[in-house]
Design a protein around this ligand. Structure first.
Ligand SMILES: [Zn+2]
Length: 431
């Protein structure tokens, strides 16, 4: 894939993946087009030999692997990333009629920056579970790509201090306008049914059982800047890394065991059946290693590169950064270090990553937070704790993390794919 194709492909993936369910579906399609075979966790894996495979859990997490040897102790080169992003999720009793409007009730998922959600053209997407007329229970993905909702700001005339001290009450201020009405009741399930039948006219729905839906910004991702050197999009944290991990795995050589693990629920602490604190990765590795002794030896020969975006220095808020650690956009991936273990990087894993970057002629930056500020975390330390694998936390530098529209660099995405592929293919591995 050329550079331009790679970026075009990323923008398409971001636009088509408003939720982790859609991201996993789109990555699965990409993997299958590259010859990866789908495995089911609920079936026997005794026919799995060397080759290319993938497996999903909860339709929202995915592990893809290129296997050279099954049942051996030579270890795995692993790249991790997360499929979820902060957003607004629809509450079970979704609609209320108020003051002439049908309003959509939402819950804040993860550490969303809430201000940018106002005055946006919002679509709706996620997973819906239905009962059909024949009695079967089915799970369907929905993506309403045109703006159906809007969270209007309060006019400045009604709040003269808005620019100085407006705060957001999550319960009162975030419900989204869906439509004008003079009724006092509204059936959201009917709308969902109509959308599903429009997508699949053969579908005979008896009723909607449940749903996990989120709002998303309909504005498509774009290349911006005088030279088109920036990528502006929702969910760059961390679909950019999911995309880079997938492309690096597909492009890598087939000579050692390698895999990517893309987990849901990082933004809410990772503790779930499909999150990094859950047993998904460990379960897959133990099935590949066949027994505990081999798994233990294998993990000692393994390494995880956890890829999750880092904070670039913001030119308008430069004092929020440690003065000597100020990552710049389009200047190479960032190694994230926190000796209190909010990041899992240690000097050994950092050294190995630096060797890979040197071998591939990629500049690398480092990030440490100011000593008087808290520090974020990611799946790296959680996975390291869960399975005991040496880990380095890296990521492309970006601005506006957790906004509805974030900013990253074109060159950084290209460099990230290059580094991850270099990690998969590096010949002189010391363990
Ligand atoms: Zn992240």
């Amino acid at each position: 894939m050329t550079m331009n194709e790679q970026i075009k492909n990323l923008l398409g993936f971001l636009a088509k993946s408003p939720t982790p369910f859609h991201a996993v579906e789109n990555i699965a399609i990409r993997l299958e087009s590259a010859g990866f075979e789908r495995l089911e966790e609920a079936k026997a894996w005794n026919t799995v030999q060397s080759g290319n495979y993938y497996v999903t859990r909860n339709d929202s997490s995915l592990i893809a692997m290129r296997l050279e040897q099954v049942g051996g102790d030579t270890g795995f080169r692993i790249v991790g990333a997360h499929t979820d992003s902060p957003c607004l999720k629809v509450k079970p009793q979704a609609t209320q009629c108020r003051d002439g409007y049908v309003m959509l009730a939402v819950e804040v998922y993860g550490g969303a920056l809430l201000n940018p959600w106002f005055d946006r053209d919002l679509g709706l997407a996620g997973r819906i579970n239905i009962k059909t007329l024949s009695g079967s229970i089915q799970s369907r993905l929905l993506r309403i790509n045109h703006p159906v909702a809007f969270i209007p700001s309060l006019a400045i005339h009604l709040d003269r201090n808005a620019n100085e001290d407006r705060s957001i009450n999550r319960q009162k201020h975030l419900p989204a306008v869906l439509m004008r009405t003079n009724e006092d009741q509204h059936d959201f399930a009917d709308i969902l049914k109509n959308w599903l039948v429009r997508d699949d006219p053969e579908l005979e729905i008896d009723h909607i059982l449940s749903f996990e839906l989120s709002l998303f910004d309909c504005q498509p991702p774009a290349l911006i800047g005088l030279h088109g050197e920036f990528i502006a999009s929702a969910r760059l944290d961390n679909l950019l890394s999911c995309h880079a991990a997938t492309e690096a795995l597909i492009a890598s050589k087939n000579d050692v065991n390698k895999l990517i693990v893309l987990n849901d629920h990082e933004e809410v602490g990772s503790a779930s059946m499909s999150g990094a604190a859950g047993p998904f990765l460990e379960s897959v590795l133990s099935r590949l290693c066949k027994d505990n002794e081999i798994l233990t030896r294998s993990l000692q020969h393994s390494m995880l590169v956890s890829a999750d975006n880092a904070h670039a220095v913001h030119p308008n808020y430069a004092d929020r950064h440690e003065p000597d650690h100020r990552p710049l956009i389009n200047t190479g991936p960032v190694i994230k270090i926190n000796h209190n273990q909010n990041y899992a990087t240690n000097s050994e894993s950092e050294a190995l990553l630096r060797v890979v970057c040197e071998a591939n002629d990629i500049n690398v930056q480092s990030f440490v937070t100011r000593s008087d500020l808290g520090c974020g975390s990611t799946i790296g330390p959680i996975t390291a704790t869960r399975i005991g694998v040496r880990t380095v936390d890296i990521g492309v530098p970006q601005l506006g993390m957790h906004s509805i529209r974030e900013l990253a660099g074109v060159q950084d995405q290209i460099d990230l794919v290059h580094v991850l592929r270099g990690f998969f293919d590096h010949a002189n591995w010391p363990f």
